[in-house]
Ligand binder design. Structure first.
Ligand code: MLT
Length: 258
């Protein structure tokens, strides 16, 4: 196993909740969730996934399996035996990978703005174009090209601090780390057949206006994960936890407490 130290936040005491960010973001996207989880008596652990945020870039391709193993190594370092794992989008792929690789380390699963099937050929080509763009022109065109898709219109119009936060995360991403994550996402496997075997409480969250990972992707997982719950958040697109933190947090806490 090629182990890697991750930058991370670790706050509070109690049962652990691990928060896995999306692409090309970092652990700062979980600020509101960390506060609420800690206030409710839990320990919130939010790493920067390999190559993103303050975690070092290592290699051309970062697979979802490597990221899941990095999370396991972090749990061992922090002496956390089991945790609720919550991932948004790419963090959701990592959470699904983790659930398959290390089921005995999981208390519950929260999957936000993510999906189970692998990429189509067209999506893989789109990722390759994104890789070329960020390696030649940096993250600015990526930020400009993706904000409209990541956020609901109402967020773009009425929540400038959320728009600024998402833009900042993208602009601060290391293009090489982001490119490695894109290649890893393109190479990820189809998790669909894993879903019926998930035997921990699962919550699926989706923004009603998410066009990147739409409600149908969430419904697909909800139909296949036994006993799972589905939360559709209005007035939010892909970044549900930042766009509608109160609703997201209520669903998250309900999942922890039940
Ligand atoms: C993310 O937000 O993590 C990405 O949109 C995931 C993806 O590109 O599949």
């Amino acid at each position: 196993m090629d182990e890697q130290d991750l930058a991370f936040d670790d706050a509070g005491t109690g049962p652990a909740v691990i928060l896995l960010h999306g692409y090309p973001f970092d652990r700062s996207m979980w600020r509101d969730q960390i506060r609420v989880v800690v206030a409710a008596g839990y320990r919130a652990i939010a790493p920067d996934l390999r190559g993103l945020g303050e975690s070092a870039f290592a290699g051309e391709t970062t697979t979802m399996g490597q990221m899941a193993r990095d999370v396991l190594v972090l749990m061992s370092q922090l002496e956390v035996d089991r945790a609720t794992v919550c991932g948004l989008s790419m963090g959701g792929y990592v959470a699904l990978e983790f659930a398959q690789l290390f089921p005995s380390r999981l208390n519950a699963l929260i999957l936000a703005g993510t999906r189970a099937p692998a990429d189509s050929e067209e999506e893989k080509q789109g990722r390759q174009q994104q890789v070329e763009l960020m390696l030649t022109k940096g993250m600015k065109p990526v930020a400009e090209g993706s904000l409209m898709k990541l956020l609901a219109l109402i967020t773009l119009e009425e929540k400038p601090e959320v728009v600024a936060g998402v833009r900042r995360m993208i602009l601060q991403s290391n293009p090489h780390g982001a490119a490695a994550a894109q290649r890893g996402m393109a190479a990820r496997r189809d998790y669909s057949s894993d879903l019926p075997r998930i035997n921990v409480p699962a919550l699926i969250i989706v923004g009603r206006e998410d066009t990147i990972r739409p409600v149908s992707d969430a419904g697909f997982m909800h139909d296949r994960i036994p006993g799972s719950r589905l939360e559709i958040i209005d007035a939010a697109a892909h970044m549900t936890n930042m766009e509608q933190p109160e609703i997201f947090n209520r669903a998250l806490l309900k999942q922890l407490i039940t």
